[in-house]
Design a protein around this ligand. Structure first.
Ligand code: NI
Length: 166
């Protein structure tokens, strides 16, 4: 296992179209193992393939003991809206309020290729939506108001620390 490089905004790999995982082999297992290692070393709760430069439909999530490897996810249903403060390892130091569905029904495959259909709600639904968004190149910055978007871009281009304000 090794810690991989995390690609940050505005790297174009974050916008690339991802490919469906079709082969469940050792290469995939080692990618997933590296992703766990990488996510934990950065204290994240979710990580998607494009964030480590791999344009494949691979997501991992570990939120309150719910550890999931999610391949080729499809959101079947969504319901309601709730607002949570979200961060993203590809936007270090930035935390913004984002609207996301309150409940989702999602179908995905695990690392062995087995299909799962689950209904998820609350903050975990928000984490799922955020990570699944990564697979279509949709980022945190796309889901905020134009004003906030400008503010984030400015912060990133100036490379200002969000916490110490200088
Ligand atoms: Ni993210």
């Amino acid at each position: 296992m090794s810690v991989r490089k995390i690609y940050t905004y505005p790297d174009k790999v974050l916008r690339e179209k991802t490919k469906t995982v079709e082969i469940f082999d050792e290469e995939l297992s080692s990618l997933i193992a590296d992703m766990w290692e990488t996510m934990y070393s950065y204290d994240g709760i979710g990580l998607a393939g494009p964030q480590v430069g791999i344009s494949k439909k691979v997501v991992i999530i570990d939120y309150e003991g719910q550890k999931k490897t999610i391949l080729n996810p499809v959101i079947l249903e969504k319901e309601g809206t709730c607002t949570h403060e979200e961060g993203c390892l590809s936007f270090p130091g930035i935390y913004v309020n984002v609207d996301s569905p309150e409940r989702i029904k999602v179908r995905y495959q695990d690392e062995k290729g087995t299909l799962h259909t689950e209904e998820i709600e609350g903050f975990l639904a928000c984490v799922f939506s955020h990570e699944i968004d990564h697979l279509s190149g949709t980022l945190l910055i796309d889901r905020v108001s134009p004003l906030k978007r400008q503010f984030i871009k400015k912060r990133i281009s100036k490379n200002v620390c969000m916490e110490c304000e200088n």
